[in-house]
Design a protein around this ligand. Structure first.
Ligand SMILES: [Zn+2]
Ligand SMILES: [Zn+2]
Length: 89
């Protein structure tokens, strides 16, 4: 089920382990932004993003690899999540 926080305006291009990369998809195989394979951005906590796959609806925390306290400026416009805990599966 799609998370209530899922918003098509907030997307992030990370790979879903469950779905995996689509070798037959041109943009994905070239590590480019793809129209079909992206995840919803549900929340941000420090350098981690809480994302949901649009295909399998799986949710997980994605580590962006940014240093602790380092946040890309353009993420500041997204309100900080409140009460976001580990995904219940
Ligand atoms: Zn793709
Ligand atoms: Zn998936």
């Amino acid at each position: 089920m799609l998370d209530t926080d899922a918003d098509i305006c907030r997307r992030v291009w990370v790979r879903c382990d469950a779905c995996g990369p689509d070798a037959s998809c041109g943009p994905c195989s070239q590590s480019r932004i793809c129209d079909r394979h992206w995840c919803y951005l549900l929340g941000i906590e420090g350098r981690r993003l809480f994302v949901q796959c649009r295909d399998c609806h799986g949710r997980w925390w994605h580590d962006t690899g940014f240093g602790v306290g380092d946040r890309p400026a353009r993420l500041d416009e997204v309100p900080a999540p409140t009460g976001v805990s580990a995904p219940a599966r």
